[in-house]
Structure formats: C-alpha cells, structure tokens
Design a protein around this ligand. Sequence first.
Ligand SMILES: NC(=O)c1ccc[n+]([C@@H]2O[C@H](COP(=O)([O-])OP(=O)(O)OC[C@H]3O[C@@H](n4cnc5c(N)ncnc54)[C@H](O)[C@@H]3O)[C@@H](O)[C@H]2O)c1
Length: 439
Amino acid sequence: MNIAVVGTGYVGLVSGACFAEMGVNVTCVDIDKEKIERLRRGEVPIYEPGLDEIVSRNSREGRLGFATSLQEVIDGVEVVFIAVGTPPDEDGSADLRYVLEVAREFGRSVKRYTLLVTKSTVPVGTSAKVRRAVLDELEARGVAVPFDVASNPEFLKEGAAIKDFMSPDRVVVGVDSEQARKTMSRLYRPFLLNNFRVIFTDIPSAEMIKYAANSMLATRISFMNDIANLCELVGADVNMVRKGIGADSRIGSKFLYPGCGYGGSCFPKDVKALIQTGRRNGYDMRVLQAVEEVNERQKSVVFRKLAGEFGGVENLRGKRVAVWGLAFKPETDDMREAASLVTVAHLLEAGCTVRVFDPVAMAECRRRLADAVEYASDMYDAVLEADALLLLTEWKQFRLPSWGVVTRSMRRPLVIDGRNIYDADDMAAQGIIYHCIGR
Ligand SMILES: NC(=O)c1ccc[n+]([C@@H]2O[C@H](COP(=O)([O-])OP(=O)(O)OC[C@H]3O[C@@H](n4cnc5c(N)ncnc54)[C@H](O)[C@@H]3O)[C@@H](O)[C@H]2O)c1
C-alpha cells in the first residue's frame, strides 16, 4: 500500500515512519525544504526516543521517502494524511489555514480515487470544510475525480510517540463511506496484531473524541492542581490524597499529578479550541474555562514560591537562579507552552540572572530565548553560585542528584520542585530549604 503523509512534524514523521515500519510505502511531505533535505540526509529534526532508528531503517530499505510537494507524489498513493499544525488563532480557535491549504493542493492534483484523511487535531466540522475545499478545486479544473474524506485523530504522546503509535489504546476513525472504511481497516490491520481496537465512528464524532480526550486529561491536571493548592492551605499532603483517590477504580491513578501546570503543543490549544467551538455554537464550556484559568495561574506557582521565600518579588533583583528542565515534559525537546517559558519570563522581569539546563532542549531554548539566559554545560554547572534551584521538568537524570555537590555549589540551598519529584524528609536531612506543590 502506498500513502503520503503531509506535514512532517512530531505527528507526521512519527506516523509516516511507523506505517513504513509496518510495511506500508510512505512518502512524508513538508513545505519546509530544509527539514526535508535534513531527513533525506538521514538527520531527524526533532528529539523523539527511537525515531532516528525507525526513520533510518525504513529510508534505507526504501519504504520511507521524502518530498516537498504533494503534487509530486499524489499519483502513486491511495491515501493522503493531513498532519500539519493547527495552532491557535487569535481568539483561541484552531487555525485551519494549513489544513485547508493541503486540501486545496489535493484538489488541484488528484487524478483518481484517493482517500484524504485528517490526522491533525481539528474542530468538529472541519472534514466538511476539507471536502468543500477539494470540490472547489475540482470544479475549477472542470473534472469530477472521486474521493472520500475521513478523520483519524492522533493520540500519541511526545516522548513515547513510537510506542503509542505502534500499540495505542485505540485508533479512532471517522468515515462516511464503505470504501473509506475498508481502506482504513486495511491500513491498520498490521497493527491489530498488537491487540488494540479500531473504533469506527461518524466523522464529527471522531473529531470531537480528540478534543474531549485532551480536555478530560487537562481537567484532571487542573483539578489536582486546585486540590494541591488547597492541601497546602489546610495542611494536607496531596501525594497521600492522590494515592487515596487513585485507588478508587472509578477514578484510576493516572493523570493525578499536580505540578507547575500543563504545557505542550496540545492541551493548551485544544482546551482553548473546544471552549471556542462551544462559543460558536452558543454554549459556555464552563468547566474548561476554569481548567484553563487554573492552569494559567499554576504556571506561575514556582515563581510565586520563590518570591515568597525571598520576602517579595522586589527582593529577587540580582539573584542567580538555576533552572533544571525546559521542555514541557521529559523525553522531548518541545518547549511549546512550557511552564519554563512563563517562569523564566517572570525571573527575568524580576531582575534575576537565570542559568538553565535541559538534557535535550538547550538548542530549542537558544532558538527561543537567545542570550536572555545563561546556558549551563550540565545540571551541576547550572547551580554554580545560585541563590535558588527550580525544577521544572521531571527528567530522570534530575531525580537523584548528588545533593552534596549541589549544595556546596549554591550560595543558598533553596530548591523549589515544580514536579514533586523529591522527598521532603530527604531534602531536610541534606539541609536544603525545600518547597514543592501541595505538601
Ligand atoms: N505533537 C503532538 O504530540 C500531537 C499529538 C496528537 C495530535 N497532534 C496534532 O497533530 C497536528 C500536527 O502537530 P505537530 O506537533 O506534528 O506539528 P508540527 O508543528 O511539529 O509539524 C507540522 C508540520 O507541517 C508542515 N506544514 C505546514 N503546512 C504545510 C503544507 N501546506 N504542506 C506540507 N507541510 C506543511 C510544517 O512545515 C511542519 O513541519 C496538530 O493538529 C496537533 O494538534 C499533535
């Protein structure tokens, strides 16, 4: 089977490489010529564990190729996936311009029956717009080429994307024709050996499932952040509370970790977009509005604790602050909407000198913050002469540091843990002034 995946970012490259791994012939298409050149040279432009190996093996064996336009490859494929970005518009709704541009290119170049599948996260009703955009181009050409549209939202997590794609909890496919259903069943059949389910739905439901899933997960996080903040005020320990409620099988133990707010390329924008879909349909998504507000506040929680420790923001001027962790979560170099960006902005505004370290996101941080911060060569170099250390991403290598080295390097042994990875008693035993979330 031959397919094209348009958009070679986190989702497009992982999907393309994993389909190729299962024996499908895949061409990954991107308008970013430099990205495609790098991929052709065998360089993977993002950090995602295991991706290099799958990309290089499948490229070498001829199942994975790269192109800069859909037009070049469309004649040879049965299915075209749209996996381009859908960033938030000014009002928070999803910006569909890239998705619709791919649909128009499809309409301008398709010559025989082809299935056009949207994998990007898009609001309910987008597949209808995609179909309309294709039809407009076909009408302009004066031809009537048969095609179907389908919705196949992606649930992979950055940092575990290969595993998630290869053995997902479920695959959701929205279709409105038997031919589309058969094609998608055939494409996913090799993965079925891994025992997951393909759930076929109508197209609007498939589009809604993606937003509802991300919004539910974001809700759990904001809920736990609220509970954690209240725990601090009433003298409870959120870790114990988390274990106590997670043991209830109706609740379950996943996604109950408080911290310094959710970030990344999905939750913030998808929550905003669903609120906006509500508005456009005359419905107030009140729970999600609160989820977002709580998250915005939580992204400053580490900074507020630091300021509290120094007796006010005004006393932070001239202080040296070390930051461990820049990526929005471990095992990725993605810093989109990361809590680190909000925290570093507060620190700089307060007049601090900020020295950062992240195992993989240093280049991405340089691209975003240039010389506004100092870049450490490793985690211990980051804390030299620091007045405080802020832990913002729970990378494994930060979990068991040599505290003796850290405290000897720091001017003041103050650690603020935005991810609750350290034990308060251990820290006290090391002579460290320690703050975390909800304890
Ligand atoms: N990143 C995730 O973890 C994740 C998970 C599930 C779903 N999603 C969704 O998947 C979609 C893609 O996300 P991403 O993180 O991979 O985005 P990304 O920004 O990493 O990649 C998008 C790519 O599309 C390319 N592109 C834009 N317009 C194009 C065009 N007309 N033709 C060809 N290429 C074009 C860009 O150059 C870029 O390389 C989004 O809708 C996102 O919400 C993302």
